[in-house]
Design a protein around this ligand. Structure first.
Ligand code: NI
Length: 440
């Protein structure tokens, strides 16, 4: 019995599918037959792997319209009040439960499956904030908020998670347990994930997954790396304190610039000299401030920079090294060093078992060739690593946004970047498939 029904047409018409029960072998494609009610007429519809993508494709106009609205009204970290209102309104319209999480901005929704089962609780996360930079995408929906732009594609992530919500609401009879939808503020401000975690929104969550648009994979492709994928991002400041004086009488002064210069040179060699070769890490001095005149030795000099590591132990090692070098250089020249080391986000370490599940879901939903190798690890950072640190189980994967014809894709955080609407259905289908697989 091979009866097909065009599900995406039904979805486009906003007709609720009622699901069921029969499993029909259909060639080598795993299929489910469902009774579909349309105008009182019961028909059987074969819903197979690719039909999930088809149904996600049918949501593209809705999701693209949402994305364009968000893109036109971008809001920076912790100021996403209009974006939050839009998300909340859409979730309420879908009938998604909004959880009472105390947040300045951002929303956490929950969709509870009705299928009997173990009742797992998992989460999907989208970031919703924009960057403080001009929008030069040139589209009709370009930013109307001057100096703020969705140049990292978080408008796309938000639209995709709303599409996921729509499909999961239709699929509630096909999964058990609860899926939390985390619309997180302030990823760019590096602080949003902490707010969500501190509010207790993921305390009962077993694992969490998010996607990020990636201009170096084609539309229809996904990619991820197991284990260490992104770095920790810490910052440091050193105040080298000497004793000022006339530039012509250095013997009457203690020049902090000499000590700072010595420390900066040593810091630049710290990873190469002290970190095991197999581990990537970075110490970059990015600021130096000191002195006011060519003939005056200043009292103090300040310098600072960023520290990146893929391994938590290497991160500790680098912090200790910076403190030691600053103190050592200060002592060598008779100065005193004050070091402030600020821990940002930890390294992002993808759980290998969960990654297998994500990639398997991607292959099922998008096709066998959809999963592509990914360059990495990278020394960039993402506050999604805070969820993984807490839950011990999370995956951050990439969603291709490049067109076949893009020879040189526009990079993230570039003023000309605009998330590609064509990628939306592939993100939705992968996430929904993952939920259906995880929540049996
Ligand atoms: Ni981003």
């Amino acid at each position: 019995m091979q009866i097909y029904f065009c599900i995406h047409v039904l979805s486009a018409l906003n007709i609720q599918l009622s699901a069921i029960s029969l499993r029909i072998p259909l060639g080598n494609i795993e299929s489910q037959a469902r009774a579909v009610s349309l105008g009182g007429v019961e028909k059987l519809a074969a819903v197979n792997i690719s039909e999930l993508l088809t149904r996600a494709q049918a949501l593209k106009p809705y999701c693209a319209a949402i994305r364009h609205t968000i893109h036109q009204h971008p809001e920076p970290s912790f100021q996403e009040s209009e974006t939050t209102a839009l998300i909340r309104g859409e979730l309420e319209r879908m009938g998604v439960e909004i959880l009472p999480v105390d947040l300045p901005t951002g929303v956490v929704g929950a969709i509870r499956g009705t299928k009997p089962g173990p009742g797992r609780i998992t989460a999907l996360r989208a970031d919703i904030d924009a960057l403080k930079m001009p929008d030069l995408c040139g589209k009709a929906y370009a930013s109307q908020n001057e100096g703020v732009a969705h140049a990292c594609g978080h408008d796309g992530h938000t639209a995709i998670l709303l599409g996921v919500a729509k499909l999961l609401m239709e699929e509630r009879t096909h999964f058990s347990g609860t899926v939390k939808l985390v619309f997180q503020p302030a990823e760019e401000g590096i602080g949003g994930a902490r707010i969500i975690i501190d509010a207790g929104a993921v305390d009962d969550v077993e694992s969490i997954v998010c996607l990020h648009g990636w201009p170096y994979l084609k539309v229809g492709e996904i990619g991820a790396l197991g284990g260490k994928y992104m770095a920790s991002a810490d910052s440091f400041k050193v105040k080298m304190i000497g004793q000022g004086g006339h530039g012509c009488r250095p013997y009457k002064a203690v020049n902090p610039i000499t000590a700072a210069a010595s420390a900066i040179c040593a810091l630049s060699n710290l990873p190469a000299n002290e970190v095991v070769t197999a581990e990537q890490s970075v110490v970059s001095v990015c600021t130096v401030h000191g002195g006011s005149a060519f003939n005056v030795i200043p009292d103090t000099v300040e310098f600072g920079g960023t520290v990146r590591a893929l391994d938590p132990q290497v991160r500790d090692q680098l912090e200790a090294g910076i403190r030691r070098i600053a103190a050592g250089a200060a002592e060598m020249y008779g100065c005193r060093a004050e070091v402030v080391y600020i821990r940002g986000v930890p390294p992002l370490i993808n759980d290998p078992a969960l990654l297998d599940e994500v990639l398997a879901a991607g292959e099922k939903a998008l096709g066998k060739d959809a999963v592509r190798p990914l360059d990495g690890p990278v020394m960039g950072a993402e506050d999604f690593s805070l969820y993984i640190e807490k839950l011990k189980k999370g995956v951050f994967f990439r969603l291709g946004t490049a067109e076949e014809t893009d020879s040189e894709p526009v990079a993230l955080h570039n003023s000309h970047f605009d998330f590609n609407d064509e990628a939306i259905p592939y993100g939705i289908a992968t996430m929904v498939q993952l939920v259906l697989d995880q929540h049996q």
